[in-house]
Design a protein around this ligand. Structure first.
Ligand code: COA
Length: 374
């Protein structure tokens, strides 16, 4: 069995930013227009008016202050309320592949690797742009990587599950080095017209190079000591859009359930204990005391949720340095969140430092990766 390391990470961040103030102004304009258009039915008590959103609520409930998106014009237009992307021809690089290639180039540079060193590509994300061919194969081709590639989807946990898949293949010799990318164009499957969740998501792509630890070209690698993944079926976070959509009467209409929807309160209550048990059990089985951890890089969905998980795992309130959040700037970027935190906040730690990358989300799914700085 080979030892495994994360030797480089990279992030592609879209230039466009939507602040909470811009988002709330756009949502409230949309809701006001909708209420006016449906004034008679609201007056007759047949339907409820859409309530207004507020910046204060968003910051208090989630900790999110802004988010990056690929197209803010469409998202913020009260007549549109979703991004608008020009169609691309089949022989042009697709959007997910394009942002994956941008993040991958940074991760490869940090790992001191080039395409010839990589044996496989995994595209792990919460949605894929098309059914086939796999986005991962397009990324492989665009970067000139030989070997094989495949897509996988475990929603917000896709990156940690992707690291586990890559680490297992490297441990047993299927591949020497694997590029794992997480292109998350969440703005495309988000429901920007729903006050309860319109502030949650942002777009980004992360990339991770996972390779044999005995064969490294970079000086800032982290050994992957152990991985653990868990899934438990739940309908509290769901999106019903899929390839059978046109087969069902009424499903081609503008339906709420064809975008992301959730029961946020239930998610919060049910996922916290699952994640805490997973992390504590994983650490105990590997003989790592929570007190030995220099850092936790958690999934970036909600600041209050992360505060609670950190407190329960460490048995005390973690400092901002021990458990860095990036969600104030990025919002929830699905599977990419914990990797952004790891990429931004790991270089400062000395050799021998221990940490956990942990993600959680729809499925339910949760993944824990214990790492040690080489
Ligand atoms: N502006 C103003 N008020 C709002 C609002 C908004 N944008 N959205 C909801 N509210 C109101 C609600 O209607 C509710 O009013 P009520 O008390 O009169 O019923 C009140 O604020 C509280 O709403 P609630 O949904 O209970 O808030 P919350 O504190 O649970 O926070 C989430 C909502 C979604 C931020 C939180 O539940 C969460 O993050 N859950 C986990 C979600 C998650 O991680 N999902 C994974 C996605 S992959």
């Amino acid at each position: 069995m080979h030892k495994v390391a994360i030797s480089g990470t990279g992030i592609f961040t879209p230039d466009q930013v939507i602040t909470n103030a811009e988002l709330v102004a756009s949502y409230n304009a949309y809701a006001t227009g909708w209420n006016q258009a449906n004034g008679a039915a609201i007056e007759a008590g047949e339907i409820e008016p859409k309530p207004m959103s507020s910046e204060a609520f968003i910051v208090k409930a989630s900790g999110i202050e802004r988010r990056h998106v690929i197209d803010k014009t469409g998202v913020l237009d009260p007549q549109v309320m979703h991004p608008i992307f020009p169609e691309r021809a089949d022989d042009e690089l697709s959007m997910m592949a394009e942002i994956a290639v941008a993040a991958a180039k940074k991760a490869l540079a940090r790992a001191g690797r080039n395409a010839a060193d990589i044996d496989a590509v995994i595209c792990a994300a919460s949605n894929h742009e098309r059914a086939y061919p796999a986005v991962a194969i397009e990324v492989q081709q665009a970067l000139g990587i030989e070997g094989f590639a495949f897509d996988m989807n475990v929603a917000c946990s896709s990156a940690t599950f992707g690291i586990q898949a890559a680490a297992d293949m490297i441990r047993c010799g299927t591949a020497r080095a694997i590029l794992m990318v997480n292109p998350e164009i969440t703005s495309g499957h988000h429901e920007w017209r729903d006050r309860d969740c319109h502030f949650i998501f942002g777009d980004v792509c992360t990339a991770v190079v996972v390779e044999r630890a005995d064969d490294l070209a970079s000086g800032n690698a982290w050994e992957v000591l152990s991985t653990r993944c868990l899934t438990l079926y739940s309908n509290t976070i769901r999106n019903n859009n899929g390839f059978l959509r046109r087969t069902r009467v009424g499903h081609m209409e503008d339906r709420r359930d064809m975008q992301f929807y959730q029961e946020g309160r239930k998610v919060f209550k049910q996922v916290v204990p699952v994640v805490v048990d997973l992390m504590r059990g994983h650490l105990a089985d590997e003989g790592v005391e929570p007190a030995d951890l220099a850092r936790l890089w958690l999934h970036q969905a909600n600041k209050n949720m992360n505060d609670l998980i950190g407190e329960k795992v460490l048995g005390r309130t973690p400092s901002r340095t021990e458990q860095p959040n990036v969600l104030q700037d990025y919002a929830n970027t699905s599977s990419a969140g914990s990797i952004i935190a790891f990429s931004h906040y790991s270089d400062d730690l000395p050799s021998g430092s221990l940490g956990v990358i942990c993600s959680f989300g729809a499925g339910y799914s949760a993944g824990s990766v214990i790492v040690r700085r080489l």
